[in-house]
Write a protein that binds this ligand. Structure first.
Ligand code: ADP
Ligand code: ZN
Ligand code: MG
Length: 492
């Protein structure tokens, strides 16, 4: 790259579709039914049969208001539904009922990302592509399951305030936690109850005008979204750097190959011919509905982070880590309130939850939580009270950190009581008495070179000596105590 090369910064806006966890569909009385046999939850309204009439689901409006409140939106006293016309086999009416220029919620923000709007609409049915044999393979034929058709959706549209794929992933994690706390959705990406499109452009650093954007469609995990955004940003930066131009189009990111392919260009974009839905009344928000929504609001992640920091005394980082992943926050609070003796200090407990425990459970962002168990300690074998007891023992120096980690390995594998494991495995900390002194002396003899370097002032050379002691003591020795003894015996 030449010295004069322009640097381009990414600009990203997200559109998130959230299936609302109502009992029935958006405009009819059919029950929501993820996983039921196909086409068993349908009626004339959601099949789009002539003469049927939609009625808006009051519970979906209630959830929409809760989302608007959580995101600090302005709630429209009156909003209306529009018909969004396009042809597709999963859309029996030939249009989707959505909101257009008068959405339920406008403006607002979550963290440092501004919200453009939140509106209500209905989901399409589901196409399944099958081979000639009828097996789900290839695409010789497509069959359609109308169970999903008409499921209530909230569409959340951000302003283009995000600047990287990583920031997008982190922000989506916060949004998902917020929605889960609200109880308005299962927010499960694998089951499609949370879906996200990313709009991406780049612009010369220091300029304000927006560049031409592309849209990455329907990525089904936060990791893929992060990687897809990163790949598309590089593609655009490279293109512009070579004197090319970005064209507005809809793209698909294949996480396996990291390849980006075009789904349709601007010319092929739909003209939706929006017009007001004549079969539905405007949504008029009454005072009682606002009060009901307000009364149903739980503690949200930002408020929880503040409470964990100010009242529980956690570091700001820990407080946010636990609050922005409600599964961790809930587990931590359960552990903190467990009656164990010695009681663990809150910060140490937070560190063990977010570090050692989550690290051992696999899955570092709780993506499967809500559906699967990925990384959620509440679904692990480690009881919150057991972790509290373990951290209490470590903090009181009844066992070493290394021994604590061994006990945690056992708890993760088979559950149980930490103190019982400590006793049966003989993991109690060694005091700094005769035994440990002798082992340290032997370690110095066995690692004479390292000992010489430590004596010469190279503190880092102590590694092999500590390692030797830990091996001999099966990790029971306290690291700080070993270092003290080494220095003492070397006359430092
Ligand atoms: P469209 O009319 O193509 O749907 P909108 O203006 O409705 O575009 O915006 C859709 C989403 O795209 C929003 O999240 C918005 O923040 C984002 N967006 C709009 N323009 C840009 C741009 N130039 N670069 C990145 N994101 C953008
Ligand atoms: Zn129906
Ligand atoms: Mg738009």
């Amino acid at each position: 790259m030449s010295a004069a090369a322009v640097e381009y910064e990414p600009v990203i806006g997200l559109e998130i579709h959230v299936q609302l966890a109502t009992r029935t569909k958006m405009f009819c009385g059919c029950e929501l039914s993820f996983g039921d046999p196909p086409n068993t939850h349908t009626c004339p309204v959601c099949l789009g049969l002539p003469g049927s009439l939609p009625v808006a689901n009051a519970r979906a409006v209630h959830f929409g208001l809760m989302i608007g409140m959580a995101l600090g939106c302005e709630l429209a006293p009156r909003s209306i539904f529009h018909r969004k016309n396009y042809f597709y086999p999963d859309l029996p009416k030939g249009y989707q009922i959505s909101q257009y220029d008068e959405p339920l919620c406008s403006g607002g923000h979550l963290g440092d990302v501004r919200i453009h709007r939140v509106h209500l609409e209905e989901d399409a049915a589901k196409l399944v592509h099958v081979g000639a044999s009828g097996r789900i393979h290839g695409s010789d034929a497509s069959i359609v399951d109308f169970n999903r058709g008409g499921t209530p959706l909230a569409e959340i549209v951000t302003e283009p305030d995000l600047r990287s794929g990583e920031q997008a992933r982190e922000w989506l994690t916060l949004l998902r936690t917020t929605l889960r706390q609200l109880g308005v959705s299962d927010v499960n990406m694998e089951e499609g109850s949370l879906r996200c499109d990313a709009n991406i452009s780049v612009r010369p650093v220091g300029t304000q005008a927006l560049g031409v954007k592309t849209e990455l469609k329907n990525m089904n995990s936060f990791r893929f979204i992060e990687r897809g955004i990163r790949a598309e940003v590089s593609r655009q930066q490279k293109l512009l750097g070579e004197g090319g131009q970005v064209v507005q189009e809809t793209l698909h990111f294949d996480p396996a190959s990291e390849r980006i392919t075009s789904l349709r260009s601007k010319e092929e974009a739909h003209d939706y011919r929006y017009f007001p839905e004549p079969d539905l009344l405007p949504v008029a928000i009454e005072q009682a509905m606002l009060e009901e929504a307000r009364a149903a609001m739980p503690e949200l992640p930002a408020a929880r982070a503040q409470r964990l920091e100010q009242e529980v005394g956690l570091s700001s980082d820990s407080a946010h880590q636990l609050a922005f992943r409600a599964d961790l926050g809930d587990y931590f609070e359960a552990a903190l309130s467990a009656k164990v003796d010695p009681a663990p200090p809150a910060q140490a407990l937070a560190n063990w939850v977010a570090g050692d425990l989550v690290g051992r459970l696999g899955g570092d962002d709780g993506e499967g939580a809500g559906g699967g168990a990925g990384g959620d300690p509440n679904h692990s074998r480690v009881q919150a009270s057991a972790l509290a007891a373990l951290v209490g023992l470590v903090s009181a120096k009844r066992i070493s950190v290394g021994a604590g980690r061994q006990v945690l390995d056992r708890l993760v594998a088979e559950g149980g009581d930490p103190l019982a494991i400590v006793q049966s495995e003989g993991l109690e900390a060694m005091d700094g008495g005769e035994d440990l002194s002798a082992i340290v002396a032997a370690a110095l003899t066995a690692n004479a070179d390292a000992a010489e370097r430590v004596r010469g002032g190279n503190a880092k050379a102590i590694g092999p000596i500590i390692g030797h002691v830990m091996r001999e003591t099966k990790g029971r020795a306290d690291g700080g105590e070993v270092t003290r003894l080494v220095n003492e015996q070397l006359g430092l």
